[in-house]
Design a protein around this ligand. Structure first.
Ligand SMILES: Nc1ncnc2c1ncn2[C@@H]1O[C@H](COP(=O)(O)OP(=O)(O)O)[C@@H](O)[C@H]1O
Ligand SMILES: N[C@@H](CCC(=O)OP(=O)(O)O)C(=O)O
Length: 359
């Protein structure tokens, strides 16, 4: 059978990789690597986003109770990340494959230069037939500098490298219509075909070692499918799950939308919305212009209000007069100048069309 070569990103949650004692589940990691080896033999490119460092650290060291929560997490991640990578490395080597560690912080998405450096590094590793294993750099990512969780991180990377498929592996079969332990809960197979209110269906509860919960997986899946990546959420504890998800035999599937070829700059801006350094509220005329099919830039004449001390090159959020987010853009000049130009005719665009993304 001829298999079309795809770029596949697999995100593995802590609960898939961790025994109830907190120690890494070696058999599970071994089987994940076997699946990666099979996909690579079929000609696919594979990138892993692996959680599990904090849990692995917890099984190795006992920390003094006097240590604050942030330091505890930093120490556990610092210890656990090597334990985790040692296991991955030995299993990859047993298949005569090479893997590598890539640690990312949220800030790495905030400037286009960092974003391009990251893309370049991952593409170079793939070109060298090396499997990148990505995790958040938990040692320096604390409090507001953290990603919501590795689900968000995996979505950002999938869109950044223009993956064909994102497989999010958790300890349940996908998204259910109610909590999976409830007898009436039904697995949603194709998200597009279901009328479902996610906030009602998904409870806040997180599994023992996880950080995000099912709601962030669902939100990531919706956003990333809209950027042109097929997304599946499935059970990483099931043998052979990656092939089953790719064949759409199980899991919850979010079909990729059309705009995979959206320009790389616009993709970065969409992905960088959470780093927005300011807000501009626009009037109805500007709103209509930005939403029209023409390539319009955001001009100062349409700006009602400016908030935040953004600088030239920063990402800003564009809000309509009802207070709803319309999109994001890269500011062509800083807030100080924007205040001077605001509501005036014949001034340079605050956001050029090439650096504008509308939701
Ligand atoms: N409607 C739902 N469908 C699926 N899972 C749900 C739902 N509501 C809550 N959950 C919980 O979400 C958990 C998975 O999220 P999370 O703890 O982040 O896992 P991971 O560590 O694998 O990323 C499941 O174990 C499940 O108990
Ligand atoms: N970066 C952390 C994982 C954080 C996280 O998002 O966990 P999970 O919800 O299990 O994917 C770690 O390696 O422990």
């Amino acid at each position: 059978m001829n298999v079309i070569s795809k770029k596949i990103l697999i995100k593995i949650g802590s609960n898939v990789l961790t025994l109830s004692s907190g120690a890494p589940n070696k058999e599970r990691i071994k089987h994940i690597v076997e699946q990666v080896a099979t996909l690579k033999k079929q000609g696919h490119q594979v990138i892993l986003v692996s959680s599990g460092a904090v849990a692995a650290g917890r099984s190795q060291v006992t920390l003094p109770s006097s240590l604050d929560a942030v330091s505890k997490r930093q120490v556990l991640a610092s210890v656990g990340q090597i334990a985790l990578m040692n296991l991955y490395n030995s299993f990859f080597n047993s298949h005569q494959l090479v893997c590598s560690q890539v640690l990312i912080t949220k800030e790495s998405f905030s400037t286009r230069e960092h974003y391009l450096n990251m893309t370049n590094c991952i593409e170079a590793l793939l070109k060298c037939n090396i499997t990148p294993i990505i995790n958040e750099n938990d040692v320096v990512s604390v409090t507001e500098l953290m990603f919501t969780d590795n689900d968000e991180l995996s979505g950002l990377v999938a869109s950044m490298v223009q993956a064909d498929e994102l497989l999010i592996l958790s300890n349940v079969d996908g998204i259910f219509t109610d909590h999976p332990t409830k007898p009436n809960a039904k697995l949603i197979r194709d998200f597009e075909n279901e009328e479902i209110n996610l906030e009602d269906a998904i409870s806040e509860e997180k599994s023992e070692f996880g950080r995000g919960g099912m709601l962030t997986k669902a939100n990531t899946a919706i956003k990333i499918a809209a950027l042109g990546v097929n997304v599946s959420i499935g059970n990483g504890t099931v043998p052979g799950i990656t092939a089953q998800l790719l064949n759409r035999e199980t899991g919850t599937f979010f079909k990729a939308r059309h705009d995979k070829n959206k320009s790389a700059v616009k993709k970065w801006i969409t992905n960088s919305g959470t780093f927005s350094k300011g807000k501009v509220t626009i009037n109805k005329g500007a709103h209509d212009a930005l939403l029209s099919s023409q390539a319009n830039s955001l001009l100062p004449i349409g700006i009602e209000k400016i908030e935040g001390d953004f600088k030239k090159g920063d990402i800003i959020t564009i809000i309509n007069s009802e207070g709803n987010e319309v999109g994001y853009g890269k500011a062509s000049y800083g807030a100080e100048k924007a205040h001077v130009f605001q509501k005036k005719h014949n001034q340079p665009a605050l956001v050029h069309y090439n650096y504008l993304t509308i939701k």
